[in-house]
Ligand binder design. Sequence first.
Ligand code: 5GP
Length: 114
Amino acid sequence: MTVDTVFDKIIRREIPADIVYEDDLALAFKDINPQAPVHILVIPKQQIVKISDARSQHRDLLGHLLLTAQQVAEQAGLENGYRLVINDGADGGQTVYHLHIHILGGRSLGWPPG
Ligand code: 5GP
């Protein structure tokens, strides 16, 4: 079952967001609470609740989201590297239940994450 999230509202332009990329399948916008100098979210326009819900029919879309993240990171000038993160479910720290890829960069990132 899917529920309407804040990201669906951003897709429909019902709430504002700083959108940096859009195509037929994906949208990328700046995170409202950035954890690094560059913190951008890449989401599918089609709602997939979380990565653990993805199935083989989403193969092309998931590939597209990764290549979009790569392109957006390049556009953001992250030539020194960056991190892509997908949080899944409660233990993964997911707070918005619409699949999204975090692009984090612009500083050296620690490992392991908390
Ligand atoms: P999660 O914790 O689910 O992996 O990440 C959700 C992210 O969405 C968080 O980093 C949070 O700051 C961001 N976020 C939540 N609400 C909004 C919003 O209304 N606008 C934007 N741009 N980002 C949001």
